[in-house]
Write a protein that binds this ligand. Structure first.
Ligand SMILES: [Zn+2]
Ligand SMILES: [Zn+2]
Ligand SMILES: [Zn+2]
Ligand SMILES: [Zn+2]
Length: 281
């Protein structure tokens, strides 16, 4: 991720002031001061008591916790997105489906001081963030917002090879070249967690709300050759546990780290918080 390359600014025609990268690409966004029950996983994977029917319960829990978040508290997070993120954006300026690499590579990872905004709706940048560097809020259109909900709510991810990706070899080089040029190709299907091509997808049938089209009938979760065995093996299919433990850093397994938007798939993440907030308006 060259510091001189800022797709968002190019697309928006902004003047881009390159951000400093003094911060190590470590644990990105953490939700602000709030009881972090699941994070006790750090101290040795205790998650036996995790209920099987977790989505709805967890959503409710996230809701309660979001409401309890102490107002006016500032926290420092590491993020590749510009806050407050605008969800269900209808200005046709979505940063996630405009073919750019924003959802995957995002902006430079930056330490941002944020404040809880409007009853847990989201985070507002206070200082030192992408806003200060001339960026505008990351915009996520209604389709891009709603498409992620079934992944968050999926009762159990069952993964199968994506038809057509097993037999012929994927054009990984071409895909990555396009990604770094900020021109994602329509034909490439990307892992939901890291910037790599997906070869597996969840096939768990979803309640058909008819609202939004998704590729296949599954929840929309797509995983690469690294993330699939990790989810299925290490995390026994528990995506939330996986998202809670992964940190956005470069590794042999994931040379590009994690996607800029991976935290939006968390049950207590900003997208869920937005949905809960919006449903009460
Ligand atoms: Zn920029
Ligand atoms: Zn979009
Ligand atoms: Zn699923
Ligand atoms: Zn992956």
């Amino acid at each position: 991720m060259g510091g001189d390359d800022c797709t968002a600014c190019e697309m928006a025609g902004n003047i881009c002031i390159p951000e400093q990268t003094t911060t190590p690409p470590k644990a990105s966004m953490t939700v602000p001061a709030r009881p972090q029950k699941r994070c006790s996983a750090e101290t040795g994977r205790v998650r036996e008591e995790t209920p099987t029917k977790r989505p709805k319960l967890a959503i409710r829990k996230a809701k309660v916790e979001a409401q309890r978040a102490p107002p006016g508290n500032t926290t420092t997070i590491f993020t590749k997105l510009c806050h407050p993120i605008v969800f269900n954006d209808e200005t046709a300026a979505c940063n996630f489906c405009d073919g750019s690499s924003m959802a995957m590579l995002g902006l430079e990872q930056t330490a941002v001081e944020v404040i809880d905004w409007e009853n847990g709706r989201g985070l507002k940048e206070v200082s030192g963030g992408h806003k200060a560097n001339g960026h505008t809020s990351t915009r996520v259109c209604t389709i891009c917002t709603m498409q992620r909900i079934p992944i968050i709510m999926c009762p159990k991810h069952r993964l199968r090879p994506i038809p057509g990706t097993a037999s012929r070899s994927l054009d990984t080089d071409g895909a990555l070249t396009a990604l770094f040029a900020g021109r994602i190709r329509k034909k490439d299907r990307w892992c939901s967690i890291c910037p790599a091509l997906a070869t597996y997808e969840c096939e768990t049938a979803q309640e058909d709300t008819g609202a939004f089209e998704r590729p296949g009938r599954g929840c929309g979760l797509q995983l690469c050759e690294t993330c699939m065995p990790s989810l299925a093996g290490v995390y026994k299919g528990d995506l939330q546990a996986m998202l809670g433990e992964l940190t956005d850093e470069f590794s042999d397994e994931r040379p590009l780290g994690l996607r800029a938007d991976f935290e939006l798939l968390k049950q207590d993440g900003l997208l869920t918080r937005y949905i809960l907030w919006a449903s009460e308006q």
